[in-house]
Design a protein around this ligand. Structure first.
Ligand code: HEC
Ligand code: HEC
Ligand code: HEC
Ligand code: HEC
Ligand code: HEC
Length: 196
């Protein structure tokens, strides 16, 4: 996220976001995944390359909008891949663009304060600055596609997101975690499969 984009944020959001970045582990980055129009803009979030050793410590209140997975997945019944549409096709799962939210929220609950924030980003054609939770180091190669194709469920690696408010990291994402599942499932243990 650029300084310009930060400057364009309402002050309260800047404070919350800045807190999330500079407090805690210093390992958090801000998503710049969504753009105003192209679906492609939902693709890869920038990564800092810093290890996400503190994902589980992220305070959900650090997110710019109080988005609830539990409401959207469990109560409304929206599929994970409606919002994280790239998981099947490539390395990243992606974070939904503000257009995808506005598609419903122009009409649903459009008077609620948290929804008004969504609509404000949408009208300004600004991406919502979600704080990144999972973040493997740069030297690690990971792809969602191979795992989905092999039938590994989202919840095996991300826990019961359907019961969460903001997403939190529940697994260590350590090398031992990756390798022991690869051992169990007969997947590759070649160093270069997982490292650049
Ligand atoms: C398919 C339609 C749909 C989409 C897409 C959608 N929402 Fe919602 N959202 C709803 C409905 C319906 C509710 C009311 C949930 C309830 O109260 O049970 C809701 C509620 C909310 C609320 C109020 C708090 C809560 O959870 O009840 C927020 C904030 C919110 N949505 C944010 C978002 C954001 C951000 C996105 C995009 C990432 C998004 N929504 C995408 C339908 C949608
Ligand atoms: C084999 C374990 C595994 C499975 C299965 C898995 N993920 Fe992930 N996911 C990860 C890891 C590891 C990362 C961190 C990647 C990084 O930092 O480069 C991640 C990152 C993400 C992110 C952050 C944005 C991104 O794309 O990097 C989202 C969103 C996500 N996963 C959603 C999902 C959804 C939805 C599913 C099921 C359709 C799923 N994941 C299945 C391990 C998994
Ligand atoms: C209505 C859209 C929507 C649906 C449906 C949805 N998500 Fe998300 N997801 C988001 C948004 C917005 C974020 C960013 C805020 C956050 O981290 O909670 C997110 C974040 C995540 C992350 C953390 C990404 C990171 O920063 O590392 C994971 C993992 C994830 N979702 C998994 C899932 C899984 C698994 C499901 C299905 C059980 C699911 N999501 C369903 C919108 C959605
Ligand atoms: C829950 C089990 C599980 C976990 C955890 C897991 N993997 Fe995998 N992984 C698999 C399976 C199963 C495959 C598919 C093997 C196949 O298609 O033959 C796979 C495939 C892959 C591939 C593609 C290999 C190829 O041959 O192209 C990469 C890269 C990979 N995993 C990296 C990782 C990394 C990095 C982590 C940890 C961050 C991880 N995996 C965690 C089960 C897992
Ligand atoms: C299935 C995926 C996978 C395989 C196979 C794998 N690694 Fe890793 N490796 C990882 C992940 C994920 C990390 C990052 C762990 C973290 O950040 O805590 C890592 C970290 C590392 C590190 C850095 C350790 C550190 O302290 O930061 C080294 C060195 C390394 N791996 C070497 C290897 C070598 C050598 C092999 C082959 C014998 C190998 N890896 C095989 C996933 C894998």
């Amino acid at each position: 996220m650029t300084l310009h984009a930060i400057a364009a944020r309402p002050a309260a959001v800047v404070l919350v976001t800045a807190f999330a970045i500079f407090a805690g582990t210093g390992a958090l980055t801000v998503f710049v995944a969504q753009g105003p129009d192209a679906a492609e803009a939902e693709l890869a979030p920038e990564t800092s390359g810093a290890a996400a050793d503190g994902g589980a410590l992220l305070d959900p209140a650090a997110q710019p909008i109080a988005f609830s997975h539990a409401h959207h997945v469990t109560e409304i019944g929206i599929d994970c891949q409606f919002c994280h549409a790239y998981a099947r096709r490539g390395p990243v799962a992606g974070i939904p663009s503000v257009q995808r939210c506005a598609g419903c929220h122009r009409v649903v609950l459009s008077e609620q304060p948290e929804i008004l924030k969504v609509l404000e980003y949408w009208e300004d054609e600004e991406p919502i600055p979600w704080v990144r939770v999972h973040d493997l180091p740069d030297h690690v190669r990971f792809t969602h596609k191979a795992h989905l194709r092999a039938g590994v469920a989202c919840g095996t690696c991300h826990g019961d997101v359907a019961q969460m408010e903001a997403a939190v990291q529940v697994e260590s994402l350590s090398m031992g975690w990756c390798v022991s599942c690869h051992e169990d499932r007969g997947a590759t243990r070649d160093c270069l499969a997982c490292h650049y």
